[in-house]
Ligand binder design. Structure first.
Ligand code: CLR
Length: 386
């Protein structure tokens, strides 16, 4: 094979890395990869992808009824996919291996209020190291919106691709004007990482994911639907990043709304041809405070020297600094063991079964029927509105 994406000096190390993942299943984050494929960004930063279009998030609160709210949630969700799954290719040239967060690693940020959309706040904590699990809480108090979720991955290798099953889910809670709450259970698609052999990995989404509202409305998003045929006879068939979504009313399986298109470009209402999502416009990256003002465990401070090494191609610096962090972690775990204590999470509390997942999951036969979760303890003051 032609290793197009691999620098000459790293071709043999890439080949042995690929050989090691072929025979590997479990936690990819622990494998040592050649330098060119390393990203200077920690996985704790990834939950920010949920809110890089804050006005679409805020718009959920402005929808006039249950059906319109479900449509607004679907629109926001589809519009996050480009950031979630293609932004490393755009920023770093290909999908890369993110920094593997340490236990207790933190990431805080916000999107400022603009045009009355309210400020959106982000709290992320690495709640487990082995296996890696990241918990997040994103809220827009002014609009009465909160998204709580956690993310882990199970990886395997299948005919040249890495298959990533996402473990975890997100719950979006909307405070309604009448004092009631509406909840949405959001499940996550599977990923396939292609382009491995060539050293230029990229993500394709597969399977089906769901957004179940407590009002009964359900969005079913199919990432593998073949032969997309839009209103104008426009065919998306076979194109990558294609999706089809249907919205069904409470207790019914007849689609009330159907959408289709490319999640990294545009999509349409399949019946009327009306525009649905358009993510060709720039997204808004999360605002974070200066590194000097950060807690030692905040991602960008913790990894600053490793990240600089990776960015500047000084891999010796990167690996030296990474070893320091890993040794410090090992020492902490030893100290805890000796003292008979355990690491205390700062912002989240683990519960064995998420009651909202159980209740809403029943409505569409979620598999598995139960999932654990990390509940935000509501103990973070956010920076003032800018
Ligand atoms: C994390 C949760 C986000 C969406 C997301 C996007 C990219 C995924 C990442 C998640 C998990 C880690 C991941 C990454 C792509 C590559 C990386 C699967 C699901 C693995 C660990 C690294 C593979 C190494 C090859 C690129 C060589 O909401």
């Amino acid at each position: 094979v032609d290793l197009q994406g691999v620098p000459a000096a790293q071709k043999s190390s890439w080949s042995s890395f690929v050989k090691s993942i072929v025979s590997f299943s479990g936690d990819l984050s622990s494998l040592t990869a050649p330098p060119f494929i390393l990203s200077p960004i920690s996985l704790t930063e990834f939950p920010a992808y949920w809110c890089e279009r804050p006005e679409l998030f805020a718009a959920i609160a402005d929808a006039k009824d249950e059906k319109e709210r479900s449509i607004a949630v679907l629109k926001w969700f589809i519009s996050t996919l480009k950031g979630q799954y293609t932004s490393r290719n755009e920023k770093l040239g290909s999908e890369k291996k993110p920094l593997n967060p340490v236990l207790g690693e933190l990431f805080y940020g916000f999107w400022p209020d603009r045009n009355g959309r309210g400020q959106t706040n982000l709290v992320v904590e690495q709640v487990s190291h082995h296996p890696p699990i990241t918990a997040y809480y994103i809220s827009n108090p002014q609009k009465g919106l909160a998204l709580q979720g956690h993310s882990a991955q199970k990886t395997s290798f299948s005919s040249g691709s890495i298959v990533v099953k996402q473990i975890g889910h997100a719950i979006l809670t909307v405070d309604l004007p009448d004092g009631k709450k509406e909840e949405f259970l959001i499940t996550l698609p599977r990923l396939r990482i292609d382009g491995i052999w060539y050293g230029s990995p990229y993500i394709e989404l597969t399977g089906i994911s769901y957004i179940q509202s407590s009002s009964g409305w359900l969005s079913t998003i199919d990432y593998e639907a073949k032969e997309g045929r839009g209103y104008f006879g426009l065919s998306f068939g076979g194109k990558s990043h294609f999706f089809k979504a249907v919205l069904t009313a409470p207790g019914s399986s007849t689609p009330v709304k159907r959408y289709e298109g490319l999640w990294h470009e545009t999509s349409k209402d399949s019946d009327t041809g009306e525009a649905f999502t358009d993510v060709r416009t720039p997204k808004e990256e999360v605002t974070v405070g200066p590194v000097e003002a950060m807690h030692d465990f905040e991602s960008r401070k913790l990894w600053q020297h490793v990240a600089r090494g990776i960015r500047e191609g000084d891999y010796e610096l990167a690996s030296r600094e990474k070893s320091k962090i890993e040794n410090d972690q090992r020492q902490r775990r030893r100290d805890e063991q000796a003292a008979g204590t355990r690491w205390q999470l700062k912002h989240f509390e683990h519960i064995e079964s998420d009651p909202v997942y159980e209740r809403l999951g029943q409505l569409f036969n979620a598999n598995p029927p139960k999932e654990d979760t990390y509940v935000f303890m509501n103990n973070r003051d956010f920076p003032p509105t800018v």
